[in-house]
Design a binder for this molecule. Structure first.
Ligand SMILES: C[S@@+](CC[C@H](N)C(=O)[O-])C[C@H]1O[C@@H](n2cnc3c(N)ncnc32)[C@H](O)[C@@H]1O
Length: 538
């Protein structure tokens, strides 16, 4: 909050670090190590240079405040950001959000500085957006059912600034029908047309489901939507009419695509998810159809239809805090047309506005007329997006990490110079993300290096210089050997087939595999550079 405590001085206070945030102590340490504070002062009037210097410090601190688990793991001592599009947009928008109420209560001598800060922050967001304008190809596509849904939404009070179009390789998406500025809502969806567990309570299947041993809300939602999809009298028939017959997520991968994924992380995730769903299908659908065939007609509860419902909820649902304060998994008609991007327009959308009782999707960066408007589905790795959504986003995904779990050792306790909580879950990602100029990191995460240095320590007291070098070499050789065997396990990409002839799932599997190989190769080449600098070959 801004406040003028002394005449002629403007104070800014960023939100305090949240003690319940699991990253609280790491963020506190990072702020301290970078000599960053959450309270800022500016003498009024001040030259523009001083104001911009202060703004830089505020942005550096905000970036730390809004880091997530993956971003914080990869942070390098000499890097002040931006750390990711998500982090940047959230940090800059949080500054804007703080300025808005202060501008309306500002004293005359504060106005100029506040306006300049607002203008500069918007300009930083715009510059950032301009680097992320998506070139799109819109194909000819009949949008009759989508338009019917928009009209139905409007008749229930929904407000929309988008049209639905078809994009090459992405499917349908929402295109801005007018220029939409930062902070404006692109969509406002009334709570009354959001699909959530409340609807099931009103439905005729509720009593049976409620009595069923081990029934969960998620399962109720699946079973309800399988029936509602074919209910001609459904309030949501316009919504169901817009849904595809098949979703094409990783859960529908055939044997050829699974073969392509041999040795990759996603294969395990996919097989586990599929097995879990099959068990659920047996214990839910088959059993309910046998006990209550009139309420759960077997033809509506086949395995294919169950998988369709799972894919619908995995790929289209949103977590929303409703006006009663409860967090629910929901299907949000119309908002379900928004695709995901690593640099989205809408980042925070999870709370129904108490006053208007509608879910407002506000822009964190502007969207020009004719541009596709994107949402963030979350900071998700490619394996999750392939399995549950069936796509890989354009661009380098900073959350595409390869986890490396080490057993905790006693020496982990000695790591508190670097981090306060010992970490045993390490990870690696493409080393091209690194901007560190520090020697001896070679784009590899400092936390992983510190951990390995500590467990591979060799204390040669007579020749400490050699011990350090040996330690460094052992670290790089260890990473190198782990990644060599991962790369061998995945194998090469067979380029003998014409890509155009391949099925959607094989194409997607090949893209995923290509990205994994690129990440593994970047790590191996960092190790090779490091070992060469130490005078040895991998
Ligand atoms: C909530 S829906 C978005 C609308 C969807 N495109 C449609 O036609 O109904 C989520 C699905 O859209 C697709 N999708 C979303 N973002 C995408 C992206 N960046 N690239 C490719 N496909 C994407 C995936 O098929 C995903 O499962």
């Amino acid at each position: 909050m801004w406040q003028t405590q002394r005449d002629g001085v403007l104070y800014l206070r960023l939100p305090s670090l949240d003690e319940v945030d699991p990253l609280f102590s790491e963020k506190k340490r990072l702020l301290h190590a970078r000599n960053l504070h959450l309270i800022f002062e500016l003498l009024l009037p001040s030259p523009s240079g001083a104001l911009l210097e202060m703004l830089d410090q505020i942005v550096y601190a905000a970036r730390i405040l809004y880091l997530n688990e993956v971003e914080i793991y990869f942070i390098e001592d000499d890097d002040f950001g931006p750390f990711s599009p998500r982090n940047e947009l959230q940090s800059l928008n949080s500054l804007l959000a703080m300025l808005v109420p202060l501008l309306s209560n500002a004293k005359p001598e504060e106005l100029e500085a506040l306006h300049e800060l607002q203008k500069e922050t918007i300009s930083m967001i715009n510059k950032f957006s301009d680097q992320n304008i998506d070139e799109v190809i819109i194909e000819e596509f009949d949008t009759t059912v989508e338009e019917l849904l928009l009209k139905w939404g409007e008749s229930h009070g929904a407000k929309s600034k988008v049209k639905i179009a078809y994009f090459d390789g992405v499917g349908r998406g929402a295109v801005a029908a007018e220029d939409i500025e930062i902070g404006e809502s692109v969509l406002e969806i009334p709570e009354t047309i959001i699909i959530s567990e409340d609807l099931i309570r009103e439905s005729d299947i509720f009593d049976v489901l409620n009595e069923w041993d081990g029934m969960t809300t998620d399962s109720m939602l699946l079973l309800w939507s399988m029936r509602e999809r074919y209910n001609p009298a459904s309030k949501f028939k316009n919504y169901f009419a817009t849904l595809p017959d098949t979703f094409n997520t990783g859960l529908s991968f055939g044997v050829d695509s699974l073969a392509v994924l041999q040795g990759t992380l996603v294969l395990e995730e996919l097989l586990q998810a599929k097995e879990h769903l099959w068990k659920q299908y047996e214990s839910l659908c088959l059993a309910l159809c046998a006990w209550y065939p009139n309420i759960f007609p077997p033809e509506l509860y086949s395995w294919d239809k169950y998988l369709w419902a799972c894919e619908l909820w995995y790929s289209n649902s949103m977590k929303v805090v409703c006006t009663d304060g409860k967090l629910r998994t929901c299907l949000v008609p119309i908002a379900g047309f928004l695709n995901h991007s690593l640099c989205p327009h809408v980042i925070n959308y999870g709370r129904v506005d108490a006053e208007t009782k509608s879910l407002k999707l506000r822009l964190a960066r502007k969207c020009k007329r004719g541009e596709q408007c994107y949402l963030s589905y979350g900071s998700l790795p490619g394996s999750h997006l392939v399995t549950f959504y069936g796509f890989i986003p354009k661009g380098d995904n900073p959350y595409d990490v390869i986890p490396l779990d080490f057993e905790a050792t006693e020496s982990d306790d000695n790591q508190c110079l670097v981090i306060e909580t010992p970490i045993t879950n390490h990870m690696l990602r493409g080393t091209w993300f690194s901007r560190s100029n520090k020697p001896h990191t070679f784009g590899l995460p400092p936390r992983l290096l510190t951990h390995l240095r500590s467990i591979l320590k060799n204390s040669d007291m007579e020749h400490p210089e050699d011990a350090n070098k040996d330690n460094e070499r052992a670290v790089l050789e260890t990473i190198n050997s782990i990644f060599e065997s991962m790369k061998e396990g995945i194998g090469d990409i067979d380029n003998s087939n014409n890509c155009e002839d391949l099925s959607w799932d094989v194409k997607l599997a090949l893209r995923y595999k290509g990205i994994q190989l690129k990440i593994l190769s970047s790590v191996l080449s960092s190790c090779a550079t490091g070992l060469k600098a130490l005078g040895s070959n991998p």
